[in-house]
Design a binder for this molecule. Structure first.
Ligand code: FES
Length: 158
């Protein structure tokens, strides 16, 4: 997959920001907006244009949880594992998602539809247990409700 990456959109970003001091985070944000994650080739190009070592760019990217280094599925499920969600059964929801999709935390389904990521508090504890799918929040989850959501998402993707 990485072999087919078109780096031309990133060149425009680098033309604008590469010479601007302290703009690495901005460049990485634009890169992720373009590709959905930070491809290795993009990091190398950023390094060439900014003079910042790839190891340093990787270090910054790893520090900020918003950045990803692997492509994700059409639906990124972020399942909260914070205290309130844990107390209200997030483990059961995690198990339901694993059983339904056959993936573990950090993995993507073979059809590229779903990725699963366990995260810390999503900031809406009163709705616990909670998950976000892309920009949408789903609260008061039960195993049945979770299965229904996954089914609807799968159908909507067809
Ligand atoms: S603990 Fe899950 S939203 Fe806060």
């Amino acid at each position: 997959m990485n072999d087919n990456i078109d780096l031309s959109p990133l060149c425009g970003v680098l033309d604008e920001y590469a010479a601007v001091k302290g703009s690495l985070i901005t460049i990485l944000q634009h890169t992720q907006d373009i590709y959905g994650y930070l491809p290795k080739e993009a990091i190398e190009l950023i390094s060439e244009h900014t003079g910042i070592a790839t190891s340093e760019i990787m270090g910054v990217g790893t520090f900020y949880t918003q950045f990803r280094f692997e492509p994700v599925g059409k639906y990124l499920i972020m399942l909260c594992q914070g205290t309130a969600c844990h107390v209200n059964g997030s483990e059961l929801i995690l198990q339901t998602i694993k059983d339904e999709l056959g993936i573990d935390d950090g993995q993507t389904t073979e059809d590229g539809l779903f990725s699963l990521k366990c995260v810390a508090c999503l900031g809406c504890c009163s709705l616990s247990p909670v998950m976000m799918v892309n920009e949408d929040t789903y609260g008061s989850l039960t195993p049945d409700k979770t299965k229904k959501i996954l089914k609807e998402l799968r159908e909507a993707a067809v």
